[in-house]
Design a binder for this molecule. Sequence first.
Ligand code: HGY
Ligand code: MN
Ligand code: MN
Length: 403
Amino acid sequence: MPHARGDFEQMWRDLAPVGRSAASGGYHRQPWTAAETELRSWFVEECAARGLTVETDGIGNQVAWWGDADLPGVLTGSHLDSVLDGGAYDGPLGVVSALAAVDVLRDRGFEPTRPVGIGVFVEEEGSRFGRACLGSRLVTGATTWDDARELRDRDGVFLADAIVDAGLDPSAGLLSLDRVGTFVELHVEQGRDLVDRGVPVGLASEIWPHGRWRFDFAGEANHAGTTRMEDRRDPMLTYAMTALAANKQARLAGQRATFGRVAVEPNGTNAVPSLVTAWLDARASSDAALADLVDAVARQGSDRAARDGTSLAVTPESVSGSVAFDADLAARLAALGDRPVIPTQAGHDAGILSAAGIPTAMVFVRNPTGVSHSPAEHAETADCLAGVEALADVLAELTGAGA
Ligand code: HGY
Ligand code: MN
Ligand code: MN
C-alpha cells in the first residue's frame, strides 16, 4: 500500500514509538538493532512517497537524491540512531526536517539547479561499538574497515556480525560522497545558547575537539570482610579518585570531562573488585587544551594507583579533532535570517565531513532547556517548523539559479 507522505508533525508522530522505552520514555535506537532497522525502512518509505530512490550501502548509510544534474550536489540529513535512553530529537530531527524541507521547496515551486540529497549516517553516537560517527568516518575514510572490523559491542558481538544480522552486507561497499559539493546538517541544539539569545534557529561555527578514553584500573580481588583495609589493592578507590580529579581538572580549565560509563569485575557485593573499567568523555576548546586535560586526569589517576597498589592503563577509543566550519558559508547562510553563529561541544557527522574537506554547515534548532542525551530532550514544534523553513531557505540558496 503506497505510504502516504507525512508532513513534519505526521512523520514525527510516526517515529515517536520506535525504540522508545515505556519505563523512561527514552530511546534505545542502537545501530543494527530492530528499532534502528525499522527507522531505516521508514526512511525508504518516506523517500519513496516523494518519488526519491534510496541507496543503502553495505553498513546501512542511506542517501536519496532529488535531481540528477551533473553538478556537485548539496547533501542534507543527519542520523537516526540514539544514545542509550536518549532523546527523540538528537539525529532524527535532522532527517525529518530534510524530508520536510524538500516538501516546502516543492510547495514553493522551487526546482534545484543542482541535486539535493537527503542522507542518514549510521552509528553516529558510537553507543554500541564505541566509535562516534562510525558511519560517516567509514564513508570518508577517517576510519578504515580493517580498523573498524575489530570493534565489538558490550556483548562481544563483532561489528561485521551485527551488520549482517541486521540484513546488510558490508562487502557491498560504502556510500560515495563524490556527488557531494556541500553538506548541511540540521540538529537540535544540545545546549542553551539559542534559548538564552531568544532565537529559534542558529548556525554552527565550530565543534570542540573531543573524545573517549578507556581507563582500566586493575587491582586484586579479595574478600570484602576478612581483608584488612591496609592489605587491599582496590581499583574502585583509584577509579573514584580519578573521577573526582577529572571533574576538578575540567572545572579548573574551563573544559568538560565526564565518566558516564563504568564496568566492575566481578561486580560482587562482598568482594574487592579485581578490575574497574571506566570511560572518560573529555572535550575542550582546543586540541592542546584537550590533550592537557586528558594528560592531567591520567597522571592523577596513575599517582593514585601508585598509592593504592593498583595499576592504570589509558586507551584512546574515539578522538575527534577540532572542527572549524567554513566561515564564509556559515556567514552566508546566517545572513538568510539574521541568525547567530555559535560553537558546539557536541560531535556530529557534519564534523567528519568537514574534516574530510567537504564544505559543511550546521543549522541548530532551539532546545528550550538545553538538555540532550536524555529522555527530557525537547524542542517546540514551532521551532522545529522554523528549522524546516530555515533549511529550505539554505537549500534554495545553495541550489537555486546561479548557485
Ligand atoms: O556525543 C556527542 O557529542 C554527539 O551527541 N554524538
Ligand atoms: Mn548525540
Ligand atoms: Mn546527534
